[in-house]
Ligand binder design. Sequence first.
Ligand SMILES: C[S@@+](CC[C@H](N)C(=O)[O-])C[C@H]1O[C@@H](n2cnc3c(N)ncnc32)[C@H](O)[C@@H]1O
Length: 231
Amino acid sequence: MSNWVEFYDFKHSVIYVNARHRDVHYRTIAQDIRGYVPASTAQVLDYGCGEATSADLVAAACGRLVLAEAAPNVRASLSMRYAGNPKIAVVSADQAMAMPKASFDLIVMHSVAQYLGEAELDRMLAAFRTLLKPNGLFVIGDIVPPHFAAPAAALALLHFGAANGFFWAAVSGLMRIFVSDYLRLKRTVGLSHYTEEAMLERLKRAGFAAERASRNIGHNQHRMTFLARVA
Ligand SMILES: C[S@@+](CC[C@H](N)C(=O)[O-])C[C@H]1O[C@@H](n2cnc3c(N)ncnc32)[C@H](O)[C@@H]1O
């Protein structure tokens, strides 16, 4: 395993401590993303959607939902899960980027930026700006700040587990992460961190007018979500 897409292409990623965690995680995210859907006709892109087990909640609130995922096995399982939902299309990351200009009212990229190098993130921001309709909204979530990221993530997971009936699974899941490829990849490939100012500056340079949202999408409020519109 040599990169983050391969890490996430495992059927049961160690990131989710059990099936309950995975499902509560994706339900929480889907509910939060749903809150950003501007209209029932909206065209929505969820880029780097992962297993997205509650994407039907988002699809129910919009006109069309495109789920873009780079990991081929995850994509195959998404295609099977949503084969019966005419509002949901599953595409590769490259296919999403090749879509026509001004295709989307809402683009969400949640918990992906930390796995991208700075130049790769900049290329994606430029592409999203083109894919967005002139008054569309780009939401970039789960941006990891430089300090206390690991202890904050561990604590947030334990709280999330305690609130949702998987506390002890969260404890053993954290121990499993310590012996998994996650830490090895973190050392060799790296993870990207941004302060609030650095992310606002990056979005501005990419041609967006952006602000930090009052809360992050999902359960970890140490991380940040930004709301960006074409400037
Ligand atoms: C933590 S998961 C996020 C899934 C979902 N958005 C969520 O918030 O739970 C990270 C995602 O980033 C994607 N990813 C990692 N590196 C990537 C890259 N270089 N290009 C595109 N996607 C990438 C992985 O395939 C995976 O789906």
